[in-house]
Design a protein around this ligand. Sequence first.
Ligand code: FPP
Length: 247
Amino acid sequence: MTGLDPAKLPRHLAIIMDGNGRWASGQGFARTKGHEKGADTIRTATTECARLGLEQLTLYAFSHENWKRPRAEIAFLMRLLSKFLVRERPTMMDNNVRLTAIGRLDDLPASARKDLDESIAQTAGNNGLNLCLALSYGGRAEIVDAVRSMFEEVAAGTLDPKSIDESSVSARLYQPGRDPDLLIRTAGERRISNFLLWQISYAEIFVTNACWPEFSVDELHAALRDYAGRTRKFGGLVDPRPEAVQR
Ligand code: FPP
C-alpha cells in the first residue's frame, strides 16, 4: 500500500540527484562510493517510476559545470556511466523503459557515447517510462542552442521572426515534450543549478534532506504524496489542465 492516488501522480518527474559525496563522507567512504551507490538509486527510482506508470523521469546525471571537477572524478563518473548503461539494459527492457538523453552529448568520451547510443537504440521500442538522462547538460546552454538554431533558420529564410513565440523555443529544446510537473532535489540545497530552466517554469518543487544514495522508494512516495496535495494554478486561479480533472 503506497497511499498514492494514480490520478494525482506527476506525469513528468525531474530530479536533481545531489549529495553523493556528502553521503560517502558521512559514512567514512571515498566520494566514488557515493557515486556508485547513487547509480544503484537510479535503478530503484526508475523501476518504481515505471511501476507507478509515470511517463517521464528526467535525471540530472552530469552537468555542464561538472566538467570543472578533478579529472580523476570525471573519469570515474564516465566509467560509471558506461558500466551503468550496459548493466541496466536488461532491467530497462524488463520494465519497458525507453532511455533518452539531453545535453551536449558530443562532449562525452567516445566509449560512454557509444554505450549511451547502444542503450538508446536497444530500448527505443519500449513504450513505458521515458528515462531521460541529462548529460553534459546546462539549462542556459540548451536555451542558447535553441536560440542559435532559430537564428540559423531565420538566416536560411525558413523561419519568420514575427512568428516566434514560446512554443518556437520549446520546440527547439533538446527534447521537446511535456514540461516536468514535479522537480525533486535531494541533499537539502534550495537551488536549481542550471537544470531545465525553461521547462520548470511551473513545476512544483520538493526538497528533501536525504542524500541521493539514501533516497529510497519511501522517500519517493513521500514526495509524490506531497505533490498530490498541491493545487497547481499556473498563474491563474484554478488548475487549468484537463488532466487535473481526468489524468
Ligand atoms: C551529485 O553528488 C551527483 C552528481 C555528480 C550527479 C549524479 C551522479 C550519479 C548519481 C552517479 C551515477 C550516475 C550515472 C548516470 C551512472 P555530489 O558529488 O555533487 O555530492 P556532494 O554535493 O555531496 O559533493
